[in-house]
Design a protein around this ligand. Structure first.
Ligand SMILES: Nc1ncnc2c1ncn2[C@@H]1O[C@H](COP(=O)(O)OP(=O)(O)O)[C@@H](O)[C@H]1O
Ligand SMILES: [Mg+2]
Length: 280
């Protein structure tokens, strides 16, 4: 049986709501209402749902940017749900997130080399300058970028190159889980395909588990081993892309499939090429 690197059990996450007048906390808004799943090593799990369904909230909680109120989060065999930020530090290396607004997370004054050096300085402070430089070049190569870009600023890169840089930064500390939040939204279809192929290769070669979030079921179906359909902070259905798309059990899933763009009257075939085995 495959080993699960991450497990979520009935996770609930809410945001405190403030009264605009009294500045006091009112009833909380529940953004995630009891989500459970498991992610085996080296597998790709897709989470699909419309905007506002709680996807980013869930991902932020997994990396402890925001707290989980109820339920459990287990990494390897350790329950990390309520541990302190200090205790969570070793897990930060294991789990890397590429956020939805990843471009905003680049310091515009830092070069590509400096951007990649930053996580290495935090998590591997004992690396020599030579080892660090070698690692930076290796990282660029692993995402298909040339080392000629090392001195460039983020503003001097194309959208696709920035996307690859964000993946390289995520890979810098050898993560075991890579979390991708809507990372191909702004890409053209060709770049999108290249990025998805890159992620597939990374998960296969380095046995990295990937949690890939998108509002677009067509993207997720082509590339993930299993998908979760979420709405209003709950899971509506789960299964292999083929299973879910060929026989949607929930009208909302059908709606997501119906909203896939069409080319000259023909719907892009979400099922073709998605015959991966389930790990459920
Ligand atoms: N910082 C916040 N404070 C209060 N509510 C928030 C905050 N961030 C998100 N929400 C609310 O939580 C719900 C889920 O949002 P989000 O997780 O960003 O959804 P998605 O990523 O699926 O678009 C939405 O109703 C949103 O308005
Ligand atoms: Mg989001």
């Amino acid at each position: 049986m495959e080993e699960n690197i991450l497990q979520l059990r009935s996770v609930v996450i809410s945001y405190p709501q403030r009264s605009w007048f009294f500045k006091r906390k009112k009833n909380a808004t529940c953004a995630v209402e009891g989500i459970s799943f498991f992610l085996p090593r080296g597998r790709i799990l897709g989470i699909v749902g419309e905007s506002g369904s709680g996807k980013s909230t869930l991902l932020k909680a997994i990396v402890k940017f925001i707290p989980i109120q109820k339920g459990n989060m287990i990494i390897d065999d350790s329950d990390v749900t309520f541990i302190s930020q200090k205790e969570f530090f070793p897990y930060r290396r294991k789990i890397q997130i590429i956020p939805q607004d990843f471009c905003d997370t680049f310091n515009p004054k830092m070069s590509v080399a400096e951007i990649l050096a930053e996580p290495l300085d935090i998590h591997f402070p004992r690396l020599s300058a030579k080892e660090k430089n070698a690692r930076i070049v290796e990282l660029l190569e692993s995402v298909g970028l040339e080392d000629a870009l090392l001195r460039r600023l983020p503003s001097e890169l194309s959208g696709g190159q920035r996307q690859r840089l964000s993946i390289a930064r995520g890979l810098a500390v050898n993560p075991e889980i890579l979390i991708c939040d809507e990372i191909v939204n702004a890409c053209d279809l060709y770049t999108q395909k290249q990025i998805l192929s890159l992620l597939t290769a990374l998960s296969r070669e380095k046995n990295i588990a990937i949690l890939f979030v998108s509002h677009n079921i067509a993207v997720v179906a082509h590339f993930c081993h299993e998908i979760l359909i979420v709405r209003h902070g709950r899971i509506l259905e789960t299964g292999t892309p083929y299973g879910v798309c060929s026989n949607p059990r929930h009208p909302y899933t059908q709606l997501l499939i119906d909203s896939i763009p069409q080319i000259e009257g023909e719907k892009i075939d979400v099922l073709h090429g998605s015959g991966r085995d389930s790990y459920a």
